[in-house]
Design a protein around this ligand. Structure first.
Ligand SMILES: [Zn+2]
Ligand SMILES: [Zn+2]
Length: 111
C-alpha cells in the first residue's frame, strides 16, 4: 500500500497500456513503481508547444521521425512522418512508410 507524497491519500493501482501505475484519487498524482521506488509520472499536457510536455511513448517515438511533404490519401493533409523498413534481403529496396501528422493514417510505398 502506498500513500500519495503530496496529500497523503491512499493511492490506487491503475493498469494502463504502458504498465501499472499508482494514482492518487484525490489530487491526481500519478507514479510508477520501479522496484520499491515511486517514480512520478508527469501528466499529459495538451499544448504541443510546451517543451517539457511529457507525451505518450508512441507520440514520443513519432516526434523523433522526420517529416516530409506528401499528401495524405485520407484527409489531404500534406505533411507526414516517414521512416523506412529494410526487408530481409538487402537487394530489395526498403519500404517507405508514411504517417499523416494530422489524422495519423499510415500507409506505405515501395521503392
Ligand atoms: Zn494526492
Ligand atoms: Zn491524414
Amino acid at each position: 500500500m502506498r500513500f500519495c507524497p503530496k496529500c497523503g491519500t491512499r493511492m490506487q493501482l491503475a493498469k494502463e497500456e504502458s504498465g501499472e501505475f499508482l494514482i492518487c484519487p484525490r489530487c491526481g498524482y500519478k507514479a510508477r513503481l520501479e522496484g520499491d521506488l515511486l517514480v512520478p509520472v508527469a501528466k499529459l499536457q495538451k499544448s504541443p508547444r510546451d517543451k517539457i510536455t511529457v507525451i505518450r511513448e508512441e507520440e514520443a517515438r513519432l516526434r523523433t521521425l522526420p517529416t516530409v511533404q506528401v499528401e495524405c490519401p485520407r484527409c489531404g493533409n500534406n505533411q507526414a512522418y516517414f521512416w523506412q523498413v529494410q526487408t530481409r534481403s538487402s537487394d530489395e529496396s526498403a519500404t517507405q512508410f508514411f504517417r499523416c501528422t494530422r489524422c495519423g493514417y499510415t500507409w506505405r510505398e515501395y521503392g
